[in-house]
Design a protein around this ligand. Structure first.
Ligand SMILES: [Zn+2]
Length: 291
């Protein structure tokens, strides 16, 4: 019986390891082009089907959120040009968090634009080591990327200003130590909207919430994130992956006309509540397994 349990647990570990390595590989959606479009005010979607990028235009140049995989740089450039803007007008590059699917292309984007790269303090060592110091993926070759110099280190609550636009960096840690949720206000048809661009609420496969030696405060950090996310006023709900906020469905609705489907305060609340519940379920499972 003991032998059997051992074998089963070994198989389980192998399956987990396989899932982890699959996770670290590129998902086909990540490099599949998606039509760029105007969200509201000076905010535009310029990402792929699976990886979200946002362009914020100002009279003094533009802000780009996320650089994605290295392979995405030409896609981002094409999306920006389709909207009538230029990638080289990007003055500031920001990220949702220091994982390769959001920041591997930062070195290329910096080279193409000369933009100032601004990253939350706790994610800076990850970005500048090309992913090598990440608590979970530091030894996963497919999760590594060219180390990129950060030009401004951000702290929780810091403001990024350009041409009259202000973005606020909210530390929402757990998924990475410096995971960042961006907020801004946009004015569209003389109405003001609070925008939330969610960093990531996910507990990835393999994340240890209990007894994590590489990230001992991980569970408290997730708790902090739920508190912050629940405190943010949100009209327009966006995030680091289109899947968080229903990109494809909302884009289709938008093309049909009518009210802007990205204005979705209740969708935001429901999503956060669901993700918090998922976290609590996983936490309970891990606590039980650790007994
Ligand atoms: Zn991530």
């Amino acid at each position: 019986m003991r032998q059997c349990v051992l074998i089963v647990s070994r198989i389980f570990i192998l399956v987990l390891a396989a899932a982890g390595s699959v996770f670290a590989q590129a998902n086909p959606d990540w490099t599949e082009p998606f039509p760029p479009f105007h969200i509201a005010g000076n905010l535009y979607y310029v990402g792929s089907k699976g990886l979200a990028n946002y362009l914020i235009t100002t009279p003094q140049g533009n802000i780009l959120i996320n650089s994605d995989l290295e392979a995405n740089a030409p896609l981002i450039e094409a999306s920006i040009e389709k909207l009538g803007f230029k990638l080289k007008d990007t003055k500031i590059l920001l990220i949702s968090h220091a994982h390769w699917d959001h920041d591997a292309g930062s070195a290329i984007i910096k080279e193409m634009t000369g933009a100032a790269y601004m990253v939350m303090d706790a994610d800076v060592p990850i970005v500048e080591s090309g992913g090598k110091t990440d608590f979970e993926y530091g030894n996963t070759p497919t999760a590594l990327y060219p180390p990129t110099k950060v030009d401004r280190v951000l702290h929780d609550g810091d403001k990024v200003r350009l041409g009259g636009t202000v973005l606020v960096a909210h530390l929402t840690p757990g998924h990475t130590k410096g995971c960042t949720t961006w907020t801004m206000q946009v004015t569209d048809h003389r109405k003001k909207y609070n925008v939330v661009i969610l960093g990531s609420p996910n507990v990835n496969a393999g994340y240890k919430l209990v007894g994590n030696l590489a990230y001992p405060e991980i569970a408290e950090d997730y708790e902090r994130m739920w508190r912050v996310l629940k405190s943010l006023p949100c009209d327009i709900f966006l995030g680091a992956h289109g899947g968080y906020f229903g990109l494809e469905e909302k884009y289709s609705l938008m093309k049909e006309g009518g009210a802007n489907p990205f204005v979705d305060p209740s969708g935001y609340k429901q999503y956060i509540a669901q993700k918090e519940q998922d976290f609590r379920t996983e936490m309970a499972r891990q606590k039980l397994a650790a007994k």
